[in-house]
Design a protein around this ligand. Structure first.
Ligand SMILES: Nc1ncnc2c1ncn2[C@@H]1O[C@H](COP(=O)(O)OP(=O)(O)OP(=O)(O)O)[C@@H](O)[C@H]1O
Length: 318
């Protein structure tokens, strides 16, 4: 669905030097980026501010021409075939609107139907589904400028799906939304991917979006790919430790000498024990058995490193 090889995109910026002179400087926003996305995948494209995420998305959607490299989306070269691509992909920019500000939401959808020449039956079906799942009914006749951010984003996502795209590219889709709106949108996108098989590529600073939606993560920093893989694999690679938290029936001193445990901490007067262990050296099941052989266990939970921590460690590794 997406093929990117050795992608570079540079910008020439002019900066003031002294009082009268300006100097031209080349900024390489994206440098030798490569990744593939297969049909049906849901991939998170993450990185710190200025990493090159939006530039990549703009190249993939044909808005920017690459300086060099090979890019194919749905089999076409985006910057040369913008129109064809527009009919096959949907794009949502969290900070930019594709809706007509002064028109009711419904009229914006009708205009998009005309632009993309979507057959009436297909359009009606898709719109009905989005209205139901995203609960758009109460504000379909409200001018876009009067919508809340959460309502508008639901409208933006609907607008991007009316022509039935194979791929949906989202740049910061949940930015600025409250928790409930974020969750509603994530659920909708997860269903779209699972039920419809629509491929998703999204950039986000909210790693909960990734946890909820994207089994795979491409991490970019300073224009280059730092890591690409399943979230679980990256977790195991950069965060090799997990924590078993056990509550004992009776308080106990520190449980020393448990195999695979690298450090431990005791809380609640000896009732709660936090046991940090390396996944390469022991399993949670073996450790639980070892604890149970020493004391009566009341409750337990295994804590994985947070995704934020995984991504932070990937940046730090650089
Ligand atoms: N039109 C432009 N002209 C000059 N420099 C640009 C332009 N667009 C992006 N850049 C520069 O390219 C780099 C990458 O920017 P980009 O917007 O792709 O990053 P990003 O990962 O999307 O960041 P953020 O998370 O802050 O949106 C930055 O150094 C940015 O200043």
């Amino acid at each position: 669905m997406i093929e990117v090889r050795d992608l570079r995109r540079e910008f020439t910026v002019s900066t003031k030097v002294g009082r009268f002179r300006r100097e031209k400087r080349v900024v390489r926003a994206v440098d030798a980026v490569g990744f593939d996305v297969a049909a049906g995948e849901a991939v998170g494209y993450v990185g710190p501010n200025g990493a090159g995420k939006s530039t990549t998305i703009k190249v993939l959607t044909g808005i920017l021409v690459p300086t060099s490299g090979h890019v194919r989306v749905c089999g076409v070269e985006p910057s040369r075939s913008r129109r064809e691509l527009a009919r096959r992909i949907g794009v949502v920019f969290g900070q930019r609107s594709q809706l007509w500000w002064d028109l009711p939401l419904r009229d914006s959808f009708e205009l998009l139907r005309a632009i993309y020449r979507v057959p009436k039956g297909d359009y009606d079906g898709r719109l009905r589904e989005c209205v139901d799942l995203l609960d758009l009914g109460p504000f379909l006749d409200t001018p876009v400028r009067q919508l809340s951010l959460g309502q508008r984003m639901r409208g933006e996502v609907t607008a991007s799906l009316l022509h039935g795209p194979e791929l949906l590219v989202l740049d910061e889709p949940t930015i600025g939304l409250d928790l409930e709106s974020k969750e509603r949108l994530r659920e909708f996108l997860a269903d779209l991917n699972a039920q419809r098989g629509t491929t998703l590529l999204l950039t986000t600073h909210d790693l909960d979006d990734i946890e909820r939606l994207c089994p795979r993560l491409v991490v970019i920093d300073r224009g280059t790919v730092l890591a690409d893989g399943a979230l679980e694999e990256l977790r195991a690679e950069v965060a090799p430790e997990r924590v078993l938290v056990v509550d004992l029936e009776q308080p106990s001193a520190e449980l020393a000498g448990l195999p695979g445990v690298t450090s431990s901490r005791v809380e609640l007067n000896g009732v709660r024990h936090h046991l940090t262990f390396r996944r390469a050296e022991t399993t949670a099941a073996a450790l639980i058995s070892a604890v149970a052989a020493r004391a009566e266990v009341h409750d337990l939970v295994v804590v994985e490193p947070e995704i934020d921590d995984v991504v932070r460690r990937l940046y730090a590794r650089r």
